[in-house]
Design a protein around this ligand. Structure first.
Ligand SMILES: Cc1cc2nc3c(=O)[nH]c(=O)nc-3n(C[C@H](O)[C@H](O)[C@H](O)COP(=O)(O)O)c2cc1C
Ligand SMILES: Nc1ncnc2c1ncn2[C@@H]1O[C@H](COP(=O)(O)OP(=O)(O)OP(=O)(O)O)[C@@H](O)[C@H]1O
Length: 319
């Protein structure tokens, strides 16, 4: 799987294939349905299956104050798309020039000239070109005139409602419902950060925690979660706390994870965390003993949930 960040000298193996365009944030089941069709069409035309995506999300440039943190960083998105069988991801650096192209210009300059696409696949809610002026019906006219095929796949739904990245962002960020989000994603919700020092209290009360900073994607709502911590290929079940430490009078929110059975020094290391389920609200306990009793139960729950929902191993290129 190839990931490229420009299209001026696109490698020949990424030209002349089937193309889908969009943000693909999170890589949800709707995206997976689309990629399934994309692979079929790529096979029909004897070319690669290509996802053209924008980095960053166009809204970050157009209305930064309204832009929520993304669900995935670019390499993670590419890794999830590769697992679905995509041959190449174009993570195009979003610019005002690109967003200013009309639908016609975008199609001619990007789809025809640069990607030399022979087939396109999109969902029904696809828009393209300046101010989202082009829809799938216009794209149908453009592709037909250019001798390409266009497949518009039916929406993937969950509980009668269309799956979308925005819906998943709301579930995770507002409600902390990572289980419902996970049911719509193609892999459990994952974030990454760097392990830093906390107050150093955790180890003294029986559960050391890795405090994570530098998180560049959406933070789930405050709460205690069951998950899995990853360092490279190694993983541990994790009990995760997002929020303040009211038992100790600390009101600053942080993210900390107790990695069950891990006795490695993690400080300064990058770490990834999968979120599987939300266990409870963060609350104040009257005594440290009551807190540690509750955290012991959280750890047991996290271990059980992680064992049931073991995620696939991390993707490595060339696998
Ligand atoms: C699974 C888990 C659940 C936690 N739940 C709470 C909680 O409900 N209330 C609270 O005050 N602190 C909670 N904590 C945070 C502890 O207070 C914190 O880990 C401890 O004070 C150590 O902090 P330190 O890493 O800064 O040393 C929780 C921590 C973990 C790992
Ligand atoms: N539930 C779905 N079923 C089928 N196709 C979908 C679904 N959701 C999005 N698509 C299609 O996937 C492509 C990429 O969509 P994109 O990621 O930009 O949209 P989205 O998931 O609706 O995100 P957002 O909520 O941020 O608008 C588009 O062709 C879109 O129509």
């Amino acid at each position: 799987m190839l990931i490229v960040r420009q299209i001026d000298d696109l490698p020949a193996e990424l030209r002349g294939g089937a193309v889908t365009i969009g943000n693909f944030d999170g890589v949800h089941r709707g995206h997976a349905r689309l990629v399934e069709r994309l692979r079929m069409r790529a096979q029909d035309v004897g070319g690669p299956a290509i996802v053209f995506t924008f980095d960053p999300h166009p809204v970050r440039l157009l209305r930064p104050e309204q832009c929520p943190p993304p669900l995935t960083w670019t390499e993670r998105k590419a890794e999830l798309l590769a697992r679905l069988g995509v041959d190449g991801v174009v993570a195009y650096p979003t610019s005002r020039a690109l967003l200013g192209l009309s639908a016609r210009q975008f199609f001619d300059q990007i789809v025809v000239e640069k990607l030399a696409a022979k087939a396109m696949v999109e969902g029904p809610n696809f828009y393209f070109g300046r101010s989202r002026e082009g829809n799938v019906s216009l794209l149908g006219e453009f592709t037909a005139a250019a001798g390409m095929t266009l497949d518009v796949v039916a929406s993937a739904e969950e509980q009668g409602q269309m799956i979308s990245s925005s819906r998943i962002r709301n579930l995770i960020g507002d409600q902390g419902d990572v289980a419902a989000a996970g049911a719509m994603l193609t892999a459990p919700y994952r974030l990454r950060g760097i392990v830093t020092h906390g107050a150093g209290r955790g180890a003294t009360i029986g559960f050391p925690t890795a405090n994570l900073e530098g998180i560049d994607t959406l933070l789930p709502a405050h709460g205690v979660y069951a998950g899995v911590g990853w360092r490279g290929d190694k993983s541990w079940p994790a009990a995760i706390n997002i929020g303040p430490n009211p038992t100790f009078g600390e009101s600053t929110a942080k993210l900390e994870a107790h990695l069950i059975g891990c006795n490695e020094s993690l400080y300064g290391q990058p770490m990834e965390l999968d979120f599987l389920d939300r266990l409870r609200d963060v609350r104040r306990f009257d005594t440290t003993v009551e807190l540690t009793d509750q955290v012991s139960q959280d750890i047991a729950s996290a271990q059980r949930i992680a064992a049931q929902l073991a995620p696939p191993p991390p993707f490595r290129e060339g696998r």
